[in-house]
Design a protein. Sequence first.
Length: 613
Amino acid sequence: AMRVDAGSAGRRIPSTLFGVFFEEINHAGGGGLWAELVSNRGFESGGQNTPSNLAPWYAIGDDSQVWLESERSSCFERNPVALRMEVLREVEGGVGIANPGFWGMDIRAGNTYKVSLWIRSLDKVNLSIAFTSRDGTTTLAQSDLILDASEAEEWSKHEMVLEAFDTDHYARLALTSMHKRVLWLDQVSAMPEETYKGHGFRKELALMLEDLKPGFVRFPGGCYVEGGSLRNAWRWRDTVGPWEERPGHFGDKWNYWSDDGLGFFELLQLSEDLETLPVWVFNNGISHSDEVLPELLDPFIQDILDGIEFARGPMTSKWGRVREAMGHPEPFPLFYMAIGNEDCERQYYHANYLKFYYAIKEAYPDINLISNCDGTLKPLGHPADLFDFHIYTSANTLFSMVHKFNHVSRDGPKVFVSEYAVVKSDAGQGSFLAALAEAAFLIGIELNSDIVEMASYAPLFVNTNNRRWNPDAIVFDSWQQYGTPSYWMQHFFKMSNGAKLLPFAVESLNTSAVPVVLSAVRIEDGTSLVLKAVNYGQFPVEIRVSLEGVLSNEIDIFASTITVLSSESLMDENSFQNPHKVVPITSLFLSAATDMELSLPPYSIVALGLPLL
Ligand code: AHR
């Protein structure tokens, strides 16, 4: 039996408890959440020397009649490479270049797309701009850019909106000319006109995040922050300002080029659009292969202080002005920052950590600083507001960690479980079994939310064409997406942020023999109770639940619901073909009462929602 003290004031669960962790991994951002359709839009992906790398751009039409090369002739100082395209003779139907985007562009009839490009020519220009099928046989949307020679002689920007009259989920952008000419092209971008909150995020993916009601967004990594080497680490200042002037960089940890359209500003904007708080993980002078000596750290510290000023400095400050120019005069609420990622054991971590810690605390005492060292078993040995705890393991091990935080010292810093997941053979490419163990682990976190302040699953996204890490919560390609069971499992916890954890007692249920984990909360606005249970065992379990401190007629029986996530087989997964194979099913729970029987199916996650009248 479970006796819940529903009349108790309860203990407040931090509003930050369950959040999300966005890392640029698996093309999560470029070719994913960031709705830019063109890949390598500035022709810079091979670096700033020529010949640079034009791929994935390629010649189309009679390719013997077009000469393509990278040239350092751009009008952008920080992006010197442009494309020189020479059409060698008049060609009917035209010749030119195409960009397949990130494994195809999703172009849909009736939708509109904003294309912009920079161009120069010594002659008049008549350029066809079209979305076509991958093989070029079907035109889906088209527009012509016509300039006379005087208009074309200097670099100029042109923007147009193309409305698609046909659909192809794997389309390409084709720029062609029928006339013998030399054209220079640079910074070619294409975006759906409709994006999440108008800020450039792929709508369906952002809505899946919104649906989780995350308590924070941690970004942009992960290992991505560290870099395989320091020279390829993510540097916030290279990702802000006009997109044409962002140099982009090669993320050598996950091995792909990023145009950095989804930069520091956009990630702060994302957290605002999701009505949540940003958690910025910054490079602390340590990569996977090199480290900055503590005595050489000052410029790195200044760089991070400038980054904070960019995020939340006044408009009178240098970097606050840059933010204002990007359209956000108001400061972003940056109150959480992690000093590096998984670097505790590195030679200079402690020394570098302390330098960052004191410099940031002195200038911004209200920023909570997160250490990479694990303080669950022993004190950190340095000051911190929170410490990171990462766990990737088997289902049984994660289940056995339900009580992991019961004995963590309540006198030290708070815990941020910033990466957790069941991995390897238990996880498949996102199994129900993984979600089941993760749900039990999260109930353990909920029960320990006096010391655990934040938790996030990792990684969040995977583009199936570039699976660098498996499993992930949200799977997508150019046009479709689905949540793995681990994504849906998180829905059971979204009402917990800011809720009151209610005390309860368990009687005559031997939880060491019957693997059931339970919790009870009153949601933040006080309008309902939510009881959660994970049955990690193969047998059904019946639990008698009694609610004390509420009267039967205070429960809205006709609106009470039971939500169950279970599956025929533990290794069941969702897929593009069957995206809803393992999803929570909600039905009315007409037996709601202050004394009731709750049936937990074998291997199940269950939530009872009891609205109060
Ligand atoms: O989540 C994937 C990776 O796992 C992260 O980049 C890193 O922090 C961890 O090792």
